[in-house]
Design a binder for this molecule. Sequence first.
Ligand code: CDP
Length: 216
Amino acid sequence: MSTHEAANQALVIAIDGPAAAGKGTLARRLAAALGLPYLDTGLLYRAVGRRVLDLGADPAEPDAAAAAARSLVPEDLARGDLRGPAADAAAASVASIPAVRAALLEFQRGFATASGAVLDGRDIGTVIFPDAKVKLFVTATLPARARRRWAELAGKGTEVPLARVEADMRARDAMDAARLAAPLRPAADAVCLDTTALDPDAVFAQAMAAVRAARP
Ligand code: CDP
């Protein structure tokens, strides 16, 4: 590929990491700063889980979950009930089913084809865009992440004890990391950002430095 072609290649920024590490906040800011579209891929798994729950089926049941993934429509991503403990658990269940992941793969790749994109999730840098120019693995300690999610829920009027939020998060992270299909792990060439002691501005500054380093 010529230098000219390389420069014009659509920029894909892959952001992965565990729950409530700050991926979404960072992804939105990067997308706005760089003029790229943003896809929160967690919403895809959340919407599939919701569809299965709506049918009264079990999100761990492969056929029901795969059928829900294949029938997903863009409006599903705008539903108001994709967050909260039940949606979290259903998303993690359907996400461990290979046929669900396969059904969602092309949509994710297609999203970035025209003009590049920022995508956040668990397997963006490892499976969806293994050749992404910029890969960030965003993490923080479990207590810090649980506290953030607890504050987020409280802000929306959902009162859940902090210990419960932390226990649920520990279980979901373990499930995401242990599953056979696209487990949560940093890509070998990812830049790791630990946000435990960083505010959103500091995280953004470090991420922009990684973007600049990848596009001299
Ligand atoms: O917002 P939070 O970090 O808690 O979760 P999310 O990013 O919305 O993802 C919800 C769940 O979907 C995760 O726990 C994963 O099980 C699954 N997921 C996935 O498997 N792959 C992705 N690319 C994104 C989410």
